[in-house]
Write a protein that binds this ligand. Sequence first.
Ligand SMILES: Nc1ncnc2c1ncn2[C@@H]1O[C@H](COP(=O)(O)OP(=O)(O)OP(=O)(O)O)[C@@H](O)[C@H]1O
Length: 377
Amino acid sequence: MVPARFTVAIGSMDILTLENVTHDFGSTRALDSLSIGVEAGELVCLLGPSGCGKTTALRIAAGLEPLQAGRVLLDGEVVADADQDTPPEARSVGLVFQDYALFPHLTVVDNVAFGLRKLPRRRRRERAMAVLRQVGMAELADAHPHMLSGGQQQRVAVARALAPRPRVMLMDEPFSGLDVTLRHQVRDETLHILKQTGTATLMVTHDPEEAMFMADRVVLMRGGRIVQMGTPAQLYAAPANEFVAAFFGDINRLHGVVRQGRVSTPLGELDAGRLPEGAPANVLVRPEAVRLHPVDGDAASGARTGRVLASRLLGRSSVVHLVLDNPADSGSIQADRAGPHVHARVPGRFLPPENTCVEIDIDPYQAFVFPAHEDAA
Ligand SMILES: Nc1ncnc2c1ncn2[C@@H]1O[C@H](COP(=O)(O)OP(=O)(O)OP(=O)(O)O)[C@@H](O)[C@H]1O
């Protein structure tokens, strides 16, 4: 029978399970009763700021860090608990780290074949070549690592980890050693390979965009605990608190007070949700939720307006810096009487000249109201 303290919400299909894992380094609590599961074929990203415990969780899953409390299961089989700690080589996990750590004296194909010692010699090379074909590196099978670019080395590292058909792939910041263009290309290829092979994967990243690009599910951590877990869309569109809302990039912070179920800010009014009448509220608005309308002549009466401080083209979108006009009837509690500074992000090229006036409204689905006392990012 499963002890009561382990009856956490872990799926029965999980390939990898961490249950109530707590881990201390001296007086530092790195993980605080962490429970996560990775289902068959699923890619889960551990995301969070530096020091939140991501790498420790991954190393415990791999068996590289001795378990102190909790359990680790692979395919439903306990590999670490109070009584046992199966070594990494006996766990059937594929490891990919930031530094690819290929053996410099071995060729590409021999690097990939290295983990296949259980197979007969001829089968080893066949299997290694098959995986190299999957990652598009078969033509360089006889090269040595120093002859490869960083991106090619990383593909070989992925092939080497996949070759023994591990039960789960564990990847720690696998793309962070690559420059931006290569990083995008290699992570795209890696996602395709992991999905084509149906390999369950737990990946660590501190980059929210990378997590959204790669993950079926994101586990956002802070201080050794999970703050929110869900699909990228759930975390982005329904953040549990200010920390989550702000973690996914630039955000405008405004303040207001609840009046008749609404919070009024210089950007517009929003539903106050469950906040009580008179409660101070923090309102977080994504820049892409700020919609701008050029004013030809005078602004419409009652319209929210702002003055353009600067407009910048960022490639696929433009960012417009604005100082908001602060209507006396807004009910807001801005300290800055000139009105707050906000960012609007508009698709494509939209560059209103400095000092011009624009009308503003907001997309309420990308604006979030939280109680003002809540712990901010
Ligand atoms: N070997 C160690 N000895 C002492 N403290 C450690 C050790 N490894 C990690 N820590 C501490 O444990 C906490 C969690 O570290 P961990 O490396 O897991 O975080 P992280 O989220 O992966 O951070 P980063 O993104 O910077 O790699 C941090 O406070 C860190 O300083």
